[in-house]
Design a protein. Structure first.
Length: 358
């Protein structure tokens, strides 16, 4: 039975925080290390916040965005020289394993996620294979380099290896080349993968001996359910970071306390009068939907941010508390999640995983 945590991401200053104590935070190295003034700002922010858990993500996602902007094609061969080229063509970003380690030494995160070159959103298997091949050289080199630098400078900081693969075959392929790297856990982007694929990846991690996993950037109920089950039954640690609580609040969306789906409460939304608030958060106590809808923008986004953040944490916590036995977990998911076919998919995928566990 491991720990299961929701980690707040996407905040950079006190003004963007939820109105409650923030224990777990994820910040990106690309943001922290963007400039001298950014470093100063984040240092003050962390000093004031004093989080219990601070995860430093590498900023690989920002790297992907920058690279896609300059539209350079990168060959998978000769990755060392392309590595340099890549950093040069990306004018606004200067990420490297050395930079990541420097920032880790300076900021002392509890966990650092290694530098990766994310694979983009492609749906056909042949495009995915090409994209995977374009990136694997970088991802192997960077994993090895961070490993050796970490051993030299900051062995006390936990190292989670990012996994950039569309399929299990690609994961094992990558894993083979990073065998000697000493890691504490892995991190996984979900990229809208199916529930079944997520379960298969988590099971594969378990099979190769991984006991700590971070799932990157999601607030989906189905992923939460899978993560909570694995935290309870397979791993020592599973954390998930997300920004949806805040982004949804800014767009006027109230996250449903049962399945985290959005209920839009913008001024022009037509409310269903039969739909009553049944949330137990401290903010919903004194409100109904028309009252929330009529709030002015700043008040509404603060209200929604507080509610959304609270229920995102509670949702993962409740799933974890109910995840001990698969059959009763299934009953719980069916009761909370309006999409019964997804509830079935979660159940059958986990049932299959339990059958292949050993
Ligand atoms: Zn609420």
């Amino acid at each position: 039975m491991g720990e299961c945590l929701f980690v707040c991401a996407g905040v950079s200053s006190n003004s963007g925080l939820p109105t409650q104590k923030l224990k777990n935070i994820l910040l990106s190295a690309a943001n922290i290390g963007a400039s001298k003034s950014a470093k100063k700002k984040y240092k003050t922010f962390l000093d004031e916040l004093k989080p219990k858990l601070f995860i430093m993500d590498s900023g690989g996602y920002q790297l992907l965005l920058e690279v896609e902007k300059v539209k350079k094609s990168i060959s998978s061969t000769n990755s060392k020289s392309n590595n340099n080229l890549l950093i040069r063509v990306v004018k606004n970003l200067n990420l490297s394993p050395k930079k990541i380690i420097e920032l880790a030494v300076e900021f002392h995160p509890n966990i650092m996620i290694g530098l990766d070159f994310p694979v983009g959103k492609y749906s056909s298997p042949s495009e995915q294979k090409n994209e995977f091949c374009r990136k694997i050289g970088f991802n192997i080199d960077w994993a090895l380099e961070i490993d050796s630098l970490r051993k030299k400078y900051c062995l006390n900081i936990q190292y989670f290896l990012p996994i950039q693969a569309y399929t299990l075959e690609q994961f094992y392929w990558f894993w083979h080349y990073v065998k000697g790297v000493e890691i504490d856990g892995v991190s996984l982007p979900t990229r809208n993968m199916s529930v079944e694929t997520l379960v298969q990846f988590l099971l594969a991690f378990h099979h190769v001996g991984v006991r700590k996993v971070h799932i990157l950037g999601t607030s989906r109920f189905d992923y939460f359910a899978v993560g909570a089950y694995f935290a309870k039954n397979y791993f020592n640690w599973l954390s998930i970071d997300g920004t949806s609580w805040s982004a949804n609040a800014r767009y006027g969306s109230y996250m449903n306390p049962h399945d985290l789906k959005n209920e839009y409460l913008g001024k022009e939304a037509v409310l269903n009068e039969s739909y009553q608030i049944d949330c137990r958060c401290p903010w919903c106590r004194y409100y109904d939907f028309p009252a929330i809808q009529s709030l002015v923008y700043t008040e509404k986004s603060r209200f929604l941010g507080s509610h959304n953040f609270w229920i995102t944490n509670r949702c993962l916590e409740n799933l974890y508390n109910n995840a001990g036995d698969l059959h009763s977990f299934y009953r719980y998911i069916r009761q909370e999640f309006r999409d019964q076919s997804v509830a079935d998919e979660i159940y059958f995928s986990l049932l299959k995983a339990d059958g292949k566990r050993h």
